[in-house]
Each structure stands twice: as structure tokens, then as C-alpha cells.
Design a protein around this ligand. Structure first.
Ligand SMILES: [Zn+2]
Length: 638
């Protein structure tokens, strides 16, 4: 069938309890329909395009990741291609395709494809005899998934089919290997990813077998007898000696519809749940939607950091127990934050509820954005919420999943701002931009002007050829306590317009109509649930969507000695020259003195407190100046 690279195809008709909801489901907005002119995000997207993408490509070359596709590796030669190198290159191709800055040439990748369609250098030249023998640990289907995403995005951006055709051949071959039919392996990925990629491939090609293969991988997961047990025995291994000890690690401990707690490796979990939300929408599968909402609620009410980071332990790169959110040792991998953005976006398409957008925004401005330095050349893999001064971004990692992941997220940011149906326009995020939307055949232009996240004033201008009736839905962020809305200068009573966190105004809109939304953005003190033992007696500072932190470079006393008085005035002002231009928060506090502690480690009376001042900066901007201590959670006055 003919393909239009710019427009994802709408889902086919479905019949199920979700039908009514899905028939109203919000269409993704093609990236090319959105133009971002935002003073906060546009410079970051430019640095991503001009600095980060060439930097990642250079390191992919220098480390052998690109060369591996030549398939000329010989035993004994260093470097040995690694099992997940494919995914690093694939994510780079995807990010570069979104930005079209570096014109990725996928020819080298395509030439590595084998006659049967297989495409993975490690299992072609290093361990060919081990193809499909260890799905649990070896990232084979995960790498395939990232290639599929790269192929889809490269086609959508360039209209060129070379990589898309190659990944279709690869998936056609995978489809002959896995499934429930006799003679096929009943396996599924140890590291989920291909499931969501196959939905994208279905959306762009219209080939239902790709959707069915995604459905198979998701439905087969966690059933008994357990595939990873059988597969281990075939390798001559005892399944019980699985290094991670539990199949919770890769979310295969139960069939997905029976899962109610978010467990295991955080990135794997996020990619799986993203695919479940995709399938719920494409298939009208209410049981998958229920599982998704149950899991999302569990994660966001019990296991998510204030930054939106998830996965508190390095041991499983993932989740531990409810309310276990250590700060200094937080793992909070950048990829996991991105995974939760991907999942929240899909939940928003199923159910336009502001709580999903609130989490998405929380991660975007905090736990994700901290993953890259202001100059675009250094990256965090882990995003702790406190540091004694020894945690710093690096130019590269042996396991380099995070840098290209953040690059593709930033390059595709335009997809997250708006959504529409035939009768509704939704603004999820306040980012200065314009978008062209088609509502039931009529073209509408929405233009928003704002200096968010520094200020909460947003002006929306509507453009159209003739007056049109539709519902305009503007998100009222969960962090905002007071908001005001006016249409063409007339104030509206917001309480009459709020539906699930969005102010909805339906009327006959005329060309040139303008809407002004004012979100009050004072400095707020934030407290954690009493069972988050690591934050007991502590307070964090937030302004708008931004979580703040203290850095040693702005203070004369160690940060761990600072106590924030209950009533201290906290002021904020914009500093254009600091860290790319930021609003800083300043205030008076108390600090424990050490001058009379000479020769003592313990004593029977407390330290004397003396006044000090604090300067807080947005968390995302930390570790861009002189190295030193950092903390988000401050001691609060008792
Ligand atoms: Zn990562």
C-alpha cells in the first residue's frame, strides 16, 4: 500500500469496552507539524543537533560500534563487538533522523543484513552458533527493536525506504522464528523493546502481522512452563542459577495482565508497559489498559522520585520496595526516565488525564534533562538526588544506552506538546511553538507564546480559514494552585471548565481568537510521604515544574549542615548569565557550626546554629560548574 511518511495511520475500527474511549483517543501529532521557537527548549534542541549528535557519532565510530557492521571482525581482534552495540547505533540513526541534522546513512547497517534477513553483527561474526539461544540475557530482540524504530523514523523523516525495507525483512524473518505455531520458538525478549517498535512498524506499513507479532510477545510473557527455564536447560544450564535470581527482573514472573506492581529492571519495565498501552489502544484491549493503569498508579504513588526518576537500586538497575527512595545511591537511570516519558505519553493517548502529563512534565524538566550537560557533550547514566561531590557526567559509557536515548528524546520533543481528535485540540505542555492540526478536514493553527518554565503566562493564538466549533483543552498542571483563564480578554470561571486536569473551552472559534492562561508559579516547599524514610524531616523546593537543588559552589557551609526554617522567605529571580539563564531561589537558613567541636566526634549537646543564606538552582543544571556537594532534600526545621 502507498505510504505517506509524514502521517501515522489511524487505528482500524475496533470493538471492545475500550471502543468508546479509543474512538476519542488522541492522535499523535507528526513531528513535522510542530515548530518549536521556545527560549528554553530551542537552544537545547540546537545543542542536541549541533553538538550531541556529532559527539555520539564520533564515539560510536571510535569505539568500533559503527565498524562492527562491516562484519570483518576476526577472533582475537579488539574491540570485540558487544551484544547491544546495535542498539546504540540504531538509536543514533533514529535521533539523527528526527533532527535531520547529520543525514544518517544507513547503507552500512543494511549491508550487514544476512540472506535470511537477520541483522546483528555480534551473532553474525562473533557468536553465530548462539543465535536465538539466550533471549533472557543477550539483547538480541532488544537490538532488533531499536533497528525497527530507526527504520521507521528514518523513513518518516526522509521518505527513503532503504532501512525500513531492511527492518521489514528482518521482522518477517523473526516472525518465522517466534510464535505459537508448531515448529516455532515460544520465546520473547529478556529486554523488552521490540514490542513497542513493532506497533510503530504496523502503524507505518499497515501490515497487521507486525501488530500480531507484538501482541504475541506481550501475551506469551510470563506463562508456564517458563521459556527462559526451557531455554537455559537447552544451553545445558540450571535455570535456578539465573544471576538476577528472579524473573521479576525482566517482568516475566507473571503474565502481564496479572501484574500489579512495577518491579525489576526499570528500563525494561517501561518499554514493556509502553507496548501494552500501544496494544490496548490498537486492539481495544481493556484488560491491558487495566493492567497499565494499575501499574502506572503503583509506580507514581509509591516508587517514583520527586525528579520523576525511577529505579532506586544499581543492583538490578531497577525497582526495590515501596517508598524505598535513597537519594545519594539513587540509580534513576536516564533511560528509565525516558521510558516513563514514553509510557506516560501513551497513557495520555488512551485517557486524556492530566496526571499522566504531570508525570511526563516532571521527568522532562528534571530527571531526564539532568541526563545531559549544558554543552551537550557529557551524560549521566545515574541521576542521584544528592551527591557528596563524586558523581559527574561522562563523555561516554561502555554501556552507552543513555546518550543516544536522550538525543532521540530531545530531537522528537515536538511530538509531546499537542494532541487532537476531530473535535478537540489539546495542549499538554507549555513550550513556545506552533502546530498545524487537521480537525475533521479543517486545518487549525495553534500558536503559543510563553517563557515557561520561568513564568506561567501562556498566550494562545488560533488560526483558521473560517470559524469552527471545537474544544480547546489546556492542561492545568498539578503543581499549580491558582490559575486564570481568559478568552479574547473575557475571564472565565475555571471551575466550570476543568475536566481531568484540563481546562476545556468549547465554542465557535474565530480566526485570530486568543486565549490567555496565567499559572501562578510561587516557590513551593514539598514534603515526601512519611514512609519515604530517606526524606524524613526534609523539605524540597519547587517552582513551576522545576525541582531545585543546592550546590556547594553557591555556599560557604557544607550543604548537609543547612536547616531550612519553616517560615523563611524564599525569593526567586531570573539570572540570564547563570547556567544558560535560570531562575534562582534565594533565602535565609540556619547552619550547624563546627568551631567548638575540636577533638570531638560525639557530645551531649547539639551544635550551635548560625544564620546563612541559600541559593537553589534547577536540578537539571547541576554539575555544570565547580565540582562539589549537591542535594535536593534539605533538613527542615522541626
Ligand atoms: Zn541508559
Amino acid at each position: 500500500m502507498p505510504l505517506d511518511p509524514q502521517s501515522p495511520q489511524p487505528p482500524e475500527h475496533v470493538s471492545s469496552p475500550l471502543e468508546a474511549q479509543i474512538s476519542r483517543s488522541y492522535r499523535p501529532v507528526p513531528l513535522t507539524a510542530v515548530t518549536i521557537t521556545d527560549s528554553f527548549w530551542e537552544p537545547r534542541i540546537r545543542v542536541n543537533r549541533e553538538q550531541t549528535l556529532p559527539h555520539i557519532y564520533r564515539l560510536c565510530r571510535e569505539t568500533g560500534r559503527v565498524e562492527a557492521f562491516k562484519l570483518d571482525w576476526k577472533p582475537g581482534v579488539e574491540p570485540v563487538p558487544h551484544i547491544f552495540w546495535v542498539s546504540d547505533v540504531a538509536k543514533w540513526v533514529e535521533a539523527a533522523s528526527y533532527s535531520l541534522a547529520t543525514h544518517p546513512d544507513p547503507d552500512l547497517v543494511v549491508k550487514a543484513q544476512q540472506p535470511d534477513g537477520y541483522l546483528n553483527p555480534y551473532f553474525t561474526v562473533v557468536k553465530p552458533e548462539q543465535r536465538w539461544t539466550n533471549l533472557r540475557d543477550m539483547h538480541e530482540l532488544y537490538c532488533a527493536g531499536h533497528l525497527v524504530e530507526a527504520g521507521v523514523t528514518h523513513f518518516q523523516a526522509t521518505g527513503k525506504r532503504v532501512l525500513l525495507d531492511a527492518v521489514c525483512r528482518y521482522v518477517d524473518y523473526i516472525d518465522t522464528v517466534f510464535g505459537t505455531q508448531p515448529g516455532k520458538k515460544r520465546g520473547y525478549p529478556g529486554h523488552e523493546e521490540i514490542e513497542l517498535a513493532l506497533v510503530k512498524l504496523y502503524q507505518v506499513t499497515g501490515e497487521k502481522r507486525y501488530l500480531r507479532l507484538s501482541q504475541y510477545f506481550v501475551d506469551e510473557r510470563g506463562h508456564q512452563p517458563h521459556y527462559f527455564d526451557m531455554e537455559a536447560r537447552l544451553r545445558g544450564e540450571d535455570p535456578k542459577i539465573f544471576w538476577a535470581k528472579t524473573y521479576e527482573y525482566n517482568q516475566s514472573h507473571l503474565p502481564v495482565r496479572e501484574q500489579s506492581e512495577v518491579v525489576g529492571h526499570a528500563v525494561r519495565a517501561m518499554y514493556l508497559y509502553s507496548a501494552m498501552a500501544d496494544l490496548a489502544r490498537e486492539l481495544g484491549d481493556y484488560t491491558l489498559f487495566q493492567a497499565c493503569t494499575r501499574l502506572w498508579n503503583h509506580l507514581c504513588t509509591k516508587r517514583m522520585y520527586i525528579t520523576g526518576g525511577i529505579g532506586s537500586s544499581w543492583q538490578n538497575e531497577g525497582l526495590t520496595r515501596d517508598y524505598d527512595l535513597p537519594n545519594e545511591s539513587a540509580y534513576a537511570e536516564t533511560c528509565a526516565a525516558i521510558g516513563l516519558i514514553l509510557w506516560s505519553k501513551r497513557m495520555l493517548q488512551l485517557d486524556c488525564d492530566g496526571r499522566y502529563a504531570d508525570v511526563l512534565e516532571r521527568i522532562l524538566y528534571n530527571g531526564m534533562l539532568s541526563g545531559v550537560s549544558l554543552d551537550g557533550h557529557k551524560f549521566f547514566y545515574e541521576n542521584p538526588l544528592a551527591s557528596p561531590g563524586n558523581h559527574h557526567r561522562q563523555e561516554w559509557y561502555d554501556c552507552a544506552c543513555c546518550p543516544p536515548n536522550i538525543a532521540r528524546l530531545l530531537a522528537s520533543l515536538g511530538q509531546y506538546i499537542y494532541a487532537s481528535t476531530d473535535t478537540e485540540v489539546v495542549v499538554h505542555l507549555y513550550i513556545q511553538s506552533s502546530v498545524r492540526l487537521t480537525l475533521d478536514g479543517r486545518e487549525i493553527t495553534v500558536r503559543q507564546e510563553t517563557t515557561y518554565p520561568w513564568d506561567g503566562l501562556i498566550t494562545i493564538q488560533l488560526g483558521m480559514d473560517e470559524s469552527t466549533v471545537f474544544g480547546l483543552n489546556l492542561r492545568i498542571p498539578g503543581w499549580c494552585r491558582t490559575a486564570r483563564l481568559s478568552v479574547n480578554g473575557d475571564s472565565l470561571d475555571l471551575t466550570e471548565h476543568i475536566i481531568k486536569g484540563y481546562a476545556r473551552v468549547e465554542r465557535l472559534w474565530h480566526p485570530g481568537d486568543h486565549v490567555v492562561l496565567a499559572l501562578d508559579m510561587p516557590v513551593e516547599r514539598v514534603y515526601a510521604h512519611p514512609d519515604v524514610r530517606q526524606d524524613t524531616g526534609c523539605v524540597a523546593l519547587q517552582r513551576g515544574p522545576l525541582i531545585y537543588c543546592l550546590e556547594a559552589v553557591d555556599h560557604t557551609v557544607p550543604l548537609h549542615r543547612i536547616v531550612l526554617p519553616r517560615t523563611a522567605d524564599l525569593a526567586s529571580h531570573f539570572e540570564p548569565g547563570a547556567l544558560g539563564g535560570i531562575v534562582v531561589i534565594t533565602g535565609s537558613a540556619q547552619a550547624a557550626g563546627d568551631t567548638d567541636w575540636e577533638g570531638m566526634l560525639y557530645r551531649s549537646w547539639p551544635a550551635t546554629a548560625y544564620p546563612c543564606t541559600i541559593t537553589a538552582i534547577p536540578y537539571y543544571a547541576w554539575d555544570n560548574r565547580t565540582l562539589g556537594e549537591m542535594r535536593i532534600w534539605l533538613q527542615a526545621e522541626k
